[in-house]
Design a protein around this ligand. Structure first.
Ligand SMILES: [Zn+2]
Length: 352
């Protein structure tokens, strides 16, 4: 077993602005912590250099004029959205962030890696085909999904997005594509950005109907109800969909320390989530898992939870535990009703 951890100093060259939560320090703190935990001192993990995505690969998702717009915004250091800015270093960072997953897939197929984690920035899951949004320039996970599904007609991928914000860009891009099953666990949009999306009734369209599943979770949710939701929905989807690979939009802003959201997960929730993903991937697709970093803004919560995520992937290490706040008992009841509604909605497609 070898886990590829994709990282490059070029990612630090993207700067979203003074005081912006999506900062270069996120990756610096994480790398420092992983080195301190001796992650790279054994054969279970290897630090890998990402490659740049080519224009043709970006065009799997993004139209040429949009790619040119991002390039020019980087050259002129201008804003693409109220909270999404580019600087000169953003262009190369964005190309490597989009290319990391592509190289990871090539290495997995070549038998050189069993699974991979991309410590990348800028993140991607809010980016639409033709617009930058929510700190995201290119949709790294959607590019990777299409890279895999267009390589061979029989290929299909399951994307699980556990960032606290809904992956609206990913959902919109892949909405009518039955070769890609999107599962999002996130804080209910009535209480968090982006707000207009991420609800249960967004089930996909056309041939992709039934292949888009949202679990909008209540603010204040902690480990018990979160893991219950995950365990009831995710494993049966993998068993029935039988993906070629499981791709993960790995965001850590659902951690209780994170000040950007109102979810209350501990480090342990990320360990158990990763453990379940890895075990399902072993059953369905030879353990092929590629995770790409999305959000996560508390440096301690972020670095410890990424380490906990890597443990089941590397099959080495002891999870770091912290104590989450208690969960309001009403949340468990709410989540039970929510899960019942999801099962009912997706009855025509999945036995959940
Ligand atoms: Zn987020």
């Amino acid at each position: 077993v070898t886990t590829g951890i994709f990282y490059h100093k070029v990612f630090l060259g993207h700067n979203a602005g003074i005081g912006h939560p999506e900062s270069p320090e996120r990756l610096e703190a994480t790398m420092e912590f992983l080195i301190q935990q001796k992650v790279f001192d054994n054969t279970h993990a290897r630090q890998m250099r990402p490659r740049a995505a080519t224009m043709k690969e970006l065009e799997l998702i993004h139209p040429k004029p949009y790619i040119e717009l991002v390039k020019s915004a980087a050259e002129h250091e201008s804003r693409l959205d109220r909270d999404t800015r580019a600087v000169k270093g953003s262009w190369n960072a964005a190309l490597l962030a989009a290319g990391a997953g592509l190289k990871a897939w090539d290495e997995i197929i070549a038998g050189n890696l069993s699974n991979a984690f991309g410590l990348v920035r800028p993140p991607g899951h809010h980016a639409n085909a033709d617009s930058a949004r929510g700190f995201c320039l290119f949709n790294n996970i959607a590019i990777l999904a299409r890279y895999i599904t267009t390589a061979k007609p029989s290929n299909r991928v399951l994307i699980i997005d556990f960032d606290a914000h809904h992956g609206n860009g990913t959902q919109e891009i892949l909405y009518d594509d039955p070769s890609t099953l999107y599962l999002g666990l996130h804080q209910d949009g009535r209480t968090l950005y982006p707000g207009y999306s991420g609800y249960v009734d967004e089930i996909g369209a056309g041939a992709g109907k039934g292949y888009n599943i949202n679990i909008p979770l209540p603010p204040g949710i902690a480990d018990v109800s979160y893991l219950k939701a995950l365990r009831e929905i995710f494993p049966p989807l993998v068993d029935q969909f039988q993906p070629t690979a499981i791709l993960v939009s790995a965001g850590y802003d659902a951690h209780f320390r994170d000040y950007q959201t109102n979810m209350k997960l501990s480090n342990g929730a990320f360990y158990h989530t990763s453990d379940l993903i890895v075990r399902q991937a072993q059953k369905a697709c030879k353990g092929r898992v590629i995770m790409l970093l999305e959000g996560g803004y508390d440096l301690k919560g972020l670095s410890e939870s990424i380490y906990n995520t890597l443990i089941p992937m590397m099959k080495k290490g002891t999870p770091i535990k912290d104590k989450p706040p208690d969960e309001d008992p009403r949340i468990g009841k709410y989540v039970n009703r929510l899960l019942a509604a999801i099962k009912e909605t997706f009855k025509p497609w999945w036995k959940l």
